[in-house]
Design a protein around this ligand. Structure first.
Ligand code: COI
Length: 396
């Protein structure tokens, strides 16, 4: 099956799952790489400067020499895309996305394997989620072949930026925004899609050490009917004040609870959460079910499958703050971890809050099952474990 623009983008991911369908179906990976013009010019970073960056990349601090850009106009549709210098400036002060936030993004990574090959992980899933986000923000969906083609063109051109160190990768950031210079409040008539790339190490500076989290009682990330399921810039802007509150209370990250009943756990910062019940082979993993207000994470989806591969029970459900606190106290909940593309799998070691108490999980240490899930995923991504689900897409 090949779907350049998915059907039923108006059906939210939560409804797809509720109706028993696959959230991210396997589709033929179609690529429009051949149509992407190379207008890139010379590289601007010397090999010595690049090596210094790759030795200590941090997260999202440096960018490769090129980007791929494609534009859309309401009358003429999408252009084929072009590879250009990443130093190209774009947009004026009236750019629609700056004023009204018509802006969405994705995140995925390219990994260099020991054989020298470069791979991405389930890029077609990101393409589909990007199209769903576009639908919600009244943007034109980027066709899957353009999305995959842009990734292939950019990674091939900037391949020297993909480190061979398995703890490092090239973070790919596709984004799309209303680029028309206009102040009328309506969907933009001119839209730009850009793919940029940033060499990265660990997302959290402390590596895989457990993070502490602050439950946000006063701020809401997403409400029913809102944009919580879309990966749109506004969700992240609205989250920053709660993240500041978490930091002011000595926590690394914020945990969001539902907008209506103010008791169900939804997400951590920009990442999904998993709760481990029990231990050893009998462990059961539970992740908050998609309700329309949660981000349908590709890593979340992969972990549901991987956990079952490893022999655990893995399910989607609803869990309250009180169940989390009491489950940890009684020993029923043994571990909690967060997952996402950027930070992969990150243990949660401590919870703090204004109204719901404070508790420690797994003695503040990374849990055994958390680390097993983490290695299963990372090993597939980096090529040291068999890719039985055909999740890897070879680029070079
Ligand atoms: C990801 O895990 O890719 C995220 O969405 C986090 C990102 C906003 C840095």
């Amino acid at each position: 099956m090949s779907q350049n623009i998915h059907a039923n983008l108006d059906v939210p991911a939560a409804q797809v799952v509720a109706s028993g369908q696959t959230l991210y179906p396997a589709v033929e990976r179609i690529s429009a790489v051949a149509g992407i013009a190379n207008n890139g010019g010379a590289e601007s970073t010397s090999a010595a400067d690049r090596d210094a960056i790759l030795a200590e990349p941090g997260f999202g601090k440096y960018f490769t020499d090129h980007v791929v850009r494609a534009t859309w106009n309401k009358d003429s549709g999408w252009t084929g895309g072009e590879l250009i210098s990443s130093k190209t400036s774009s947009g004026g002060f009236a750019t629609q996305a700056l004023h009204y936030g018509q802006s969405i993004f994705e995140g995925l990574k390219a990994y260099r394997h020991a054989d020298g090959g470069i791979y991405t992980f389930r890029p077609e899933a990101n393409a589909l989620r990007f199209q769903r986000s576009a639908y919600r923000l009244a943007l034109p969906p980027v066709p899957t072949d353009l999305f995959l083609g842009s990734i292939e063109a950019l990674v091939r051109e900037d391949q020297d930026w993909v480190s061979g160190d398995p703890d490092k990768s090239l973070y790919l950031r596709p984004f799309e925004y209303g680029s028309e210079d206009a102040l009328g409040v309506r969907p933009a008539f001119d839209v730009t899609y850009v793919l940029l790339a940033s060499p990265v190490g660990a997302y959290f500076p402390q590596g895989v050490k457990p993070v502490s989290v602050w439950i946000s009682d006063d701020y809401v990330r997403a409400a029913p009917g809102g944009t919580g399921e879309a990966k749109c810039a506004g969700n992240y802007a609205a989250s920053l004040i709660a993240q500041q509150e978490a930091s002011a209370n000595g926590c690394d990250q914020v945990v969001w609870i539902d907008a209506t009943e103010r008791k169900y756990i939804e997400e951590m910062g920009g990442m999904n959460l998993f709760f481990v019940y029990g231990e050893g082979d009998n462990a059961r993993l539970v992740t908050p079910e998609l309700t329309g207000t949660l981000l349908p994470g590709v890593t979340r989806d992969s972990i549901l499958t991987l956990a079952r591969d490893l022999g655990y029970t893995a399910e989607e459900g609803r869990i309250t703050i009180a169940e989390w606190r009491e489950g940890v106290a009684s020993g029923a909940i043994t571990e909690t971890f967060a997952c996402g593309t950027a930070a992969v799998v990150t243990p949660v070691g401590r919870v703090d809050s204004k109204n719901s108490g404070t508790w420690e999980i797994s003695g503040g240490q990374p849990g055994e099952i958390t680390m097993k899930i983490r290695s299963a995923l990372v090993d597939i991504q980096t090529g040291t474990r068999e890719d039985t689900h055909n999740w890897l897409h070879r680029i070079l």
